[in-house]
Design a protein around this ligand. Structure first.
Ligand SMILES: Cc1cc2nc3c(=O)[nH]c(=O)nc-3n(C[C@H](O)[C@H](O)[C@H](O)COP(=O)(O)O)c2cc1C
Length: 173
């Protein structure tokens, strides 16, 4: 079953305090490792996850421009923090507070990525969800070619109005 064929439901699965959802990917975002809690929350088997693109758990409510920012940050060798809504195999969803870092080889080249997710603050989700909704709505009305730029602009405008960097915004939530 493809992620796009799954019908999202309103069933939420909550991370517990002390849970760490861990996954690793190669440089293209193909999953190479998932810890037992990752497997539990995703609803897929380990066999289904290993070798799949990480977008297997992408939720359609998440704006494309958020992932664009994630990829450009980690591909430039930096760490990335974000609140992310993910979708399980059964269509349910779960929010995470994620930290993604590049994994470097001996000569400093990026050899893959590593992600650890913790239980998010409910108050932060309440603040970021409308931002993502606005980014998504703007992306959808902009059309495929301009979608990412349009979604990104929502975030850029928000940062400008708050005077915060992206990372400061995330930690202010
Ligand atoms: C280490 C790592 C962890 C990721 N974790 C997630 C995740 O939890 N949820 C998610 O939707 N995308 C995650 N992504 C991003 C996906 O690779 C993908 O870009 C995203 O789901 C959007 O899908 P798309 O690029 O097909 O639009 C992760 C990427 C990396 C490198």
């Amino acid at each position: 079953m493809k992620n796009k064929d799954i019908i999202p439901t309103k069933r939420e699965k909550l991370m517990r305090e002390g849970d760490f959802i861990v996954s690793k990917t190669d440089t293209r975002g193909i999953i190479t490792y998932g810890n037992p809690i990752f497997i539990e929350f995703s609803g897929y088997t380990e066999q289904e996850l290993l070798g799949s693109q990480h977008n297997i758990i992408r939720h359609p409510d998440m704006p494309r421009s958020a992932f664009k920012l994630a990829w450009s940050t980690i591909q430039s060798g930096k760490e990335f923090f974000a609140y992310v809504k993910n979708m399980s195999k059964d269509g349910g969803f779960y929010w995470v507070f994620t930290h993604i870092t590049p994994d470097f080889g001996r000569s400093g080249e990026i050899v893959g990525y590593y992600s650890v997710r913790r239980c998010p603050k409910r108050s932060a989700i309440e603040k970021i969800e409308p931002v993502y909704q606005k980014m998504l709505a703007v992306e959808q009305s902009a059309g495929a070619k301009q979608a990412i730029d349009a979604g990104t602009q929502v975030l850029v405008d928000l940062l400008k109005s708050t005077g915060l960097s992206y990372e400061e915004l995330v930690f202010s939530l």
